[in-house]
Write a protein that binds this ligand. Structure first.
Ligand SMILES: [Zn+2]
Ligand SMILES: [Zn+2]
Length: 176
């Protein structure tokens, strides 16, 4: 299986002014947990020594809600400007690979005829998960006492639940 088919470009493609393309992101190629499908768009400008690549990634992925721990599907967008520089130094890592952490994370190298965006695409999608995601802004999360999912069930635990209206308790007392 060729993992890099849709992610490699000929440098000569970028010779054209304002090179644009849309490509599929195949979940099998990326092996990222929960990734369902996606597309990415390139809008590239060739400079003298470098290529400016405007990347837009749109993908669907199953995430875990950080409050109620339920899985949910969300469509997300990433925009990133990447600069590709010709690799003139032999000691640099191989083509398309992200260079070490102290250097600009939006800088990638290409070598010779082709440029490979596989690694940068994968990095961007993987890093996108690190932010806390919620299934909904109104997610009530789990009861801190019994652990029940408060979006689906109610429990009788006596701790004050921040998301619950305190007047509910008064109302039940009035009934007695
Ligand atoms: Zn949730
Ligand atoms: Zn409870």
């Amino acid at each position: 299986m060729n993992k890099e088919g849709n992610y490699c470009f000929k440098i000569t493609d970028f010779e054209k002014q304002n090179f644009k393309t849309q490509q599929k992101i195949n979940n099998v190629d990326f092996n990222i947990e929960g990734l369902i499908s996606g597309n990415y768009w390139i809008n590239a400008f060739r400079g003298k020594k470098n290529i400016d690549i405007n990347l837009r990634i749109e993908y669907k992925r199953k995430f875990l809600c950080s409050r109620c721990l339920e899985k949910f599907v969300e469509e997300r967008n990433i925009y990133r400007k990447v600069e590709a520089v010709e690799n003139v130094n032999v000691s640099l890592p191989f083509e398309g690979q992200k260079i070490n952490e102290e250097e600009d994370e939006n800088l990638i190298y290409f070598d010779g005829e082709t440029i490979n965006l596989y690694n940068i695409l994968k990095d961007l999608i993987v890093l996108d998960e690190e932010m806390k995601l919620l299934c909904s802004e109104q997610c009530r999360g789990l009861c801190p006492v019994c652990g029940i999912n408060l979006n689906k069930n109610q429990c009788c635990c006596t701790v004050e639940k921040s998301s619950k209206n305190p007047f509910d308790i008064l109302a039940t007392l009035d009934d007695k």
